[in-house]
Design a binder for this molecule. Structure first.
Ligand SMILES: Nc1nc2c(c(=O)[nH]1)N[C@@H](CN(C=O)c1ccc(C(=O)N[C@@H](CCC(=O)O)C(=O)O)cc1)CN2
Length: 303
């Protein structure tokens, strides 16, 4: 960044006016680099006669989910992965959704797929996920793949947690031995994030906080790394953050105008050493890691 020089002691940068500000963990740029690498790998697969194909199942008309799924298919087009899109109305029954899952399980053009979450109220999400062919699970959220992760066996890694890890590594944030606080316990990030961080290869110490946590602030103040995935607008305030900490803003709330509001208050940038913007941070990384899972599965299929 022109005019900015890094303060290597805490990872932040000093602005032209002399004030400290956090170094941006740029998810958009990092995702672009990953996609560029994948483009070459997809071309190599095609030379061997294999075209990876990502399927998506979108149920209902939630504007956020529609945007995310559209982004996933845009990314596919960029790297040469084929797209298979299935959309059902918000009134679809459990049986209708499961029929589409069975169809994609059988479709040879679909080498991996996802069910966009959340599903509408009244649908048994776990039953839908369990019905997926675990070998086609591009999200790493099938119970068998989550179980493999627990058992330290090879498995597709859940996209958002893996995106968080990739961003931290790319910017040289020390994970080994770090005190990490994960805020949230949802299936896409909160639950699997600690599983990834506590593998021997990462060796972080993780505290998981949630709505039942008595003193969130006390936990946050000790953290070297905060992964905020609560979906609670501006929950993380500057006074809760240790100077120099890395703060990853995953949570999404919407303002009255439909704009994204993250879990992290903008003032945190004045205290943190590293911060991921929202949008432009973990979101694009989630999409990039999804493509990584699709390409890796296709590569495994050719040995
Ligand atoms: N099956 C899944 N469902 C959901 C997952 C998931 O990993 N698998 N995670 C979230 C949503 N998500 C993935 O689908 C997701 C979130 C955000 C983005 C993204 O690109 N965000 C952009 C902003 C887009 C906008 O303007 O709204 C950004 O952050 O820059 C992509 C995917 C829940 N469901």
């Amino acid at each position: 960044m022109p005019g900015l020089r890094p303060d290597w002691n805490r990872g932040g940068v000093i602005r032209e006016d002399g004030a400290m500000t956090a170094q941006i963990l740029d998810g958009k740029a990092t995702a672009a680099a990953i996609k560029s690498d994948l483009t070459a790998r997809v071309a190599a697969l095609k030379e061997k006669g294999v075209t990876p194909g990502l399927g998506t199942i979108l149920v209902g008309d939630d504007p956020g989910s529609q945007k995310y799924v559209a982004g996933k298919h845009r990314d596919c087009a960029q790297v040469g992965i084929a797209s298979i899109q299935r959309e059902l109305p918000g009134t679809a029954t459990q049986e209708e959704i499961e029929a589409v899952v069975r169809e994609l399980n059988e479709d040879p053009a679909c080498t991996g797929y996802i069910v966009q979450l959340p599903l509408p109220k009244g649908i048994d999400e776990n039953r839908v996920l369990e019905l997926m062919d675990p070998d086609k699970d591009a999200d790493g959220l099938h119970p068998m793949n989550l179980g493999r992760l627990v058992l330290n066996e090879p498995a597709p890694l859940p996209c958002t947690p893996n995106g968080v890890l990739t961003l931290l590594r790319r910017y040289g944030v020390e994970i080994k031995g770090a005190e990490v606080v994960v805020v949230g316990r949802g299936v896409t990030i909160g639950r699997p994030m600690p599983l990834l961080l506590t593998r021997r290869s990462e060796n972080a110490t993780v505290t998981q906080c949630h709505t039942g946590t008595r003193d969130l602030s006390a936990h946050l103040k000790r953290a070297d790394i905060i992964v905020a995935a609560a979906g609670s607008a501006h929950l993380i305030r500057a006074e809760d953050v240790k100077p120099g900490a890395a703060v990853l803003d995953v949570g999404v709330s919407r303002s009255a105008e439909g704009k994204i509001v993250g879990d992290v208050h903008p003032d945190v940038a004045e205290v943190a050493g590293f911060i991921s913007p929202n949008p432009g941070g973990v979101g694009p990384m989630t999409r990039a890691q999804l493509l990584v899972n699709v390409v890796e599965a296709a590569e495994r299929s050719v040995g």
